[in-house]
Design a protein around this ligand. Structure first.
Ligand code: CAA
Length: 416
């Protein structure tokens, strides 16, 4: 049985596959080795209309659905996940965030260019700045501040592990506007990289997705005009959570693609390579590995498509998106490790790709919510919101609530 794809979805899948094989495969080993940002490939993605795939044409996007997006990300990730993460962050974190929460002014000024991926003939992409040196999974503990002064905010702080950190022209930055309010004191702003006081740190020397552009970004007295705030003050954390729900489908599809790419290589090698007089795939030890790989990949694919389908239908996809990301990223790590095993000595050598895929797979269990964070989201969905709380902030809020409730309970007695 197969998903009931439309002709348009199949066309997007074929175009993405063609782009990946023709334009991403050449040089992928070198780009990994030298940590080279795939600028030519991202420019081509922009020309193909894949940098703002789901944005309405009114704002410069291609107006496609999330299923098409999953298919495109999977195909590109089979070959180069450094390309697909740049695409995923621009599409599902930045463009989605601006289209959903931005004013018409913000959309006109930023989204139209970001959805095309090009402005004034130059690459024009965005980044999502939530994580900090001491606030990754515990995102409400961030310390960056935006203090309102007249008609502007003054931004100070530091953000870490920012995908597209240097290549982006536009950042969505989350900052405390009222630190006493916890998650309700966080607001989101659109900040331009070229503004005075923005400093981009050196590129991180990473284990995997080495072509992608990961940097810290610091802010010293950066002046943000009032109209660059996304929505109202205090809405930033909930906005970040909503944006990440969609982002997780993109990373789930990336993980799926990494797993599928490694499996295709393992299958092809095992079918050709001979050992003990027969093809490797004839040995049950290898045939069973290939069966498990294919089965887990198929499961991940259905979960990604289900989450995407729910999003396209306007249904709640918080649970299905987190489940898809959890299963696909764990599958990617497992399948790529097994692919290295199937290829044996060749698997350990760079030009056979699967060792890079194994390194690339690891990050999918970490970014846009670690596997542990996905389990928090999943358990809250199935057991009730306050179960499996891990953050001190939630405990603090619980304590405040209990104290307030106890106080309110006593008040009528005192009045009597
Ligand atoms: N939609 C709307 N509101 C939401 C929400 C959602 N999905 N999730 C939470 N909220 C609201 C809650 O309702 C709550 O409000 P109330 O107090 O009124 O109920 C408020 O936000 C705070 O939520 P929690 O109490 O649940 O917050 P928490 O501190 O317990 O944290 C968490 C929950 C799920 C662990 C969350 O912090 C989280 O998702 N952390 C991971 C962050 C993350 O994914 N970072 C990745 C960085 S981006 C990245 O990697 C990009 C890149 O470059 C590739």
């Amino acid at each position: 049985m197969d998903f009931d794809y439309s002709e348009e979805q199949l066309m997007i899948k074929a175009a993405a596959r063609d782009f990946a094989v023709r334009e991403c495969l050449p040089g992928v080993v070198d780009r990994d080795e030298h940590q080279q940002f795939p600028k030519t490939q991202i420019n081509r993605l922009a020309e193909l209309g894949l940098m703002g795939m789901m944005v309405s044409p009114e704002w410069g996007g291609s107006g496609l659905d999330t299923v098409s997006y999953v298919l495109a990300i999977e195909e590109i990730s089979k070959v180069d996940p450094s390309v697909s993460v740049c695409m995923s962050v621009n599409n599902s974190l930045v463009c989605y965030g601006l289209e959903r929460f931005g004013s018409d002014l913000i959309k006109r000024k930023y989204l139209t260019g970001l959805a095309r991926g090009i402005k004034d003939g130059q690459l024009y992409i965005g980044a999502f700045l939530l994580s900090e040196p001491e606030a990754g999974s515990d995102a409400t503990s961030q310390r960056t501040t935006a203090v309102r002064r007249g008609g502007e905010y003054i931004l100070n702080g530091m953000k870490n592990w920012i995908t597209n950190g240097n290549s982006a022209s536009v950042y969505i930055v989350f900052a405390q506007t009222d630190p006493l309010q916890g998650s309700k004191g966080i607001s989101a702003f659109v900040v331009e990289k070229r503004w005075s006081g923005v400093q981009v740190g050196p590129k991180e020397n990473k284990m995997g997705i080495r072509g992608s552009d990961t940097h810290s970004v610091g802010f010293t007295d950066v002046r943000i005009p009032l109209e660059n705030r996304l929505g109202e003050e205090g809405e930033g954390f909930a906005q970040a959570m909503k944006i990440l729900e969609g982002g997780r489908i993109g990373i789930a599809a990336q993980a799926l693609g990494i797993a599928a790419g490694a499996y295709e290589r393992a299958l092809s090698y095992a079918s050709q390579r001979k050992a003990f007089g027969v093809s490797l795939a004839t040995h049950q030890a290898i045939a069973f590995k290939l069966s498990d790989m294919a089965t887990r990949i198929e499961g991940s694919r259905w979960m990604c498509l289900h989450a995407a389908w729910q999003k396209d239908k306007g249904m709640d996809f918080s649970l299905s998106g987190s489940m898809a990301k959890l299963v696909s990223s764990e599958t990617a790590m497992w399948v790529t490790t097994e692919a290295v095993q199937v290829l044996g000595g060749y698997g350990y050598v760079k030009e056979y790709h699967v060792e890079r895929m194994m390194r690339d797979a690891k990050i999918t269990q970490i970014y846009e919510g670690t596997s542990e964070v996905q389990r928090i989201v999943i358990s809250r969905n199935i057991l009730g919101k306050r179960t499996a709380t891990s953050s001190e902030e939630s405990l603090r809020k619980e304590t405040i609530r209990e104290v307030v409730e106890a106080g309110m309970g006593e008040e009528p007695l005192a009045q009597n």
